[in-house]
Structures are given as C-alpha cells and as structure tokens.
Design a protein around this ligand. Sequence first.
Ligand code: RB5
Length: 143
Amino acid sequence: MKIAIGNDHTGVEMKNAIVEYLEDNGYEVINIGTDTPESVDYPDYGFKVGELVVNKTADLGIVICGTGVGISIAANKVKGIRAALCNETTVAKLVREHNNANVLALGARLLANHKALWIVQEFLDTQFDAGRHAKRVTKLDNY
Ligand code: RB5
C-alpha cells in the first residue's frame, strides 16, 4: 500500500516517526515534506497530499500540522478527498468504516508520537463498511 504524507513545520518530527514506522512495516511512503523547521504554509501540503490520493498516485494520505485542523481543511478542498482529524484510535476506525476517509489528519502539538502511530495503524487496518454508509459518502463526493 502506498501512503502520501505531508506536513508543515510543526509536524516534521511526528512525520519522521510515522515514515519510519510505515517503512518498517512494509508500506511505500511518498513524503512530500516539509522536512525542515523553517516555517511553511500548511495549505500547500494539504492540497498536494489530497491531489496524490485523488489521482491515485497514493492509496491513502496522512497530513500533519499543529492542530491537524488547518491541513485537514486544505486537504478537504480537493474534490474527492475525505480528510478526517483523529485524536483517538476509535475515531480513526469509525472514519474509515463510516466515512471512507481517505486522508488522516493529525495534530502534532496535541498528540504524542506513539499515540499517533496507534492512530495511523488503526486507520490503515480498517476498511470501509459500505452498506448504509455508501450513499452518504456518495452525497459528499457529489456535492
Ligand atoms: C502553525 O503555527 C499552525 O497554525 C498550523 O500548524 C496549524 O495548527 C493550523 O491549523
């Protein structure tokens, strides 16, 4: 499975921990940066990860900023993206099952790295339930 990952300057350390974890576990990672502490604008990274998922270069995306909010808003501007901010593994499971979320957003200033890894694994391990959820997700995509 191929995962696109992008972040602003607040998320470099968390991103590095996630990339190492994913590569150690057999995932292919497309890291679009940023990779330095120099201040950047989170929308640029959210848009880019969203585009990589929508054009199927990646299967799923992960975006990180200080709260996870700004970069999730950015990713959600890309048509076809359903980015979900998750601070708990339960949420990560539900956003895959119910919303078919295709981008996971994380807040680097709010989460410890080890907890972020649990959330990432839950997100990647969980499949869309389809069924009654499918028509709702189609409504999102058609808007
Ligand atoms: C950067 O200071 C911060 O605003 C950004 O990382 C993010 O939290 C925005 O939503």
